[in-house]
Design a protein around this ligand. Sequence first.
Ligand SMILES: *Cc1c(COP(=O)(O)O)cnc(C)c1O
Length: 571
Amino acid sequence: MPLISGALRAAYFSMEIALQSDIPTYAGGLGILAGDTLRSAADAGLPTAGVTLLHRCGYFEQHLDERGNQSESPWPWKPETVLESLDARASIVIEGRQVALRAWQYSIRGLGGYTVPVYLLDTKLPENSPFDQTLTDELYGGDDHYRLCQEAVLGIGGMGILNALGSEHVPTFHLNEGHASLLILALLEKHLAGRSSEPTVADIDFLRRKCVFTTHTPVPAGQDQFSRDLAQRVLGPDRVTLLEALGGFVENTLNMTFLGLRASHYINGVAMQHAEVSRTMFPNYPIHAITNGVHATTWTSPPFQQLYDRHIPEWRHDNLYLRYAIGISLSEIRDAHERARRRLFDEVSRATGIRFDENALTLGFARRAATYKRADFLFADLDRLKWIAQHVGPLQVIYAGKAHPRDEAGKILIRRVHERIAALKGALRIVYLQNYDMRWAQLITSGVDLWLNTPQRPYEASGTSGMKAALNGVPSLSVPDGWWREGHVEGATGWDIGADEIPDTPGREIASLYFKLEKVILPMFYGQKNSYAEVMRLSIALNGSFFNTQRMLAQYVTNAYVSETSKNVGR
Ligand SMILES: *Cc1c(COP(=O)(O)O)cnc(C)c1O
């Protein structure tokens, strides 16, 4: 049995971790970020372990009919074929019952061969009740009760499995969003070792030295919270008393964000603007910014990998070398992109039977179909869009994205996009691909010519798909929200939609979107090929070199994993 060496530096807890495309343990950006973070930790040889749930039924497989009605089927997979079974066992109490857990290991191998283990917790054991056996089946499935039980498995059970594996003394626990906050409770219980008195300031400081909390929610409604009654029922009165003492309750609600904030020495938002927004939401906490990134070698298409290997072979182990993409010739950039585009178009043709035009400007829009992302924004004025495509230059668009099975508004959005696609038939070639996953994300972000992003501000905490595009020389056309507020240099790394100050109005944003397409981007794409290729090259040099998880992880190590710099201890 592979034991963790004593020197584990950090344990990273996340409700979802994207390990590889065909292991469906992720729903979107949060899981991709978690996977990319651990892939960079493996590259860096940083002794880290990931902890998550097994999600035996997988995040669902999406089916769309011709009108865009989404239906879902489970995406079962066989853990035993891709994971290593561990002997370690733990047991936690949920609703007064003992629930037994086991763990499976996925090993992420870094560039230098260093391995970071990811532990996937599993309650499907014969000694558990039929209900308890389902607790690690579905990612973001079920009701609040199911979710709280899952969070108990992740936080308390995850600690239990780490203990069973012999890692008693991890210096840093990194909570990727509030879903993991119950690990704080497990840490405190262990620290109190049966002492029943209220935790002291010193006890809370003990927790804070160990915990790092990354928040991803820019609006209060997005916070993970549960009623006091439910918490009493699932966790029991003693634990509710402890959570109360930790400041985890806001009136009658157990708020996992506040729990994380209270018990962490380092707290960060996932982009500069998101940290600002978070400070207004939580004015009593020192909230820093560490902007997200993506794992460069995972998200760079094979043609660009070959190009970088030829010119800047150091880029793999040191992503800063991507800055020197500035010295690669425009024709080679264009050439690599053409190959990436052909890969995408071949796959689109295979999946849909529709052949895309290799000479037309191709826009990409692929992300979860959450309403704030406004997937239908491009279609605000169909006549204008048609006019632009007919008179300025042809346009084609590739869409993809899943709506959460219970998100009716998200499903309506997918249907509306399909209606618009039908209405534009003959004028614009547009497809909506089914079952967006890591593989499609790799193909689409690298194969289109322009990455479109139209979130409603300030709901996009960071966003990462535009970073994947940048690594592949694909500029963004985006509302200035999330990471793009930092990555945007007008006409150099892409283009803004709308004005920079909040609040902008949808009307102004729409006018700006069409103006940029008609007057700036299409004329450049069709008329000044070198200028467009220059924007592509600058996207790599300026944004690819920075918005990666190698830089991000280095910032976590420097700023967060050292508790001496703590700003939230002794308060
Ligand atoms: C990168 C990625 C996301 C996140 O995209 P955003 O632009 O941050 O919304 C979601 N899903 C998949 C499959 C991805 O690869």
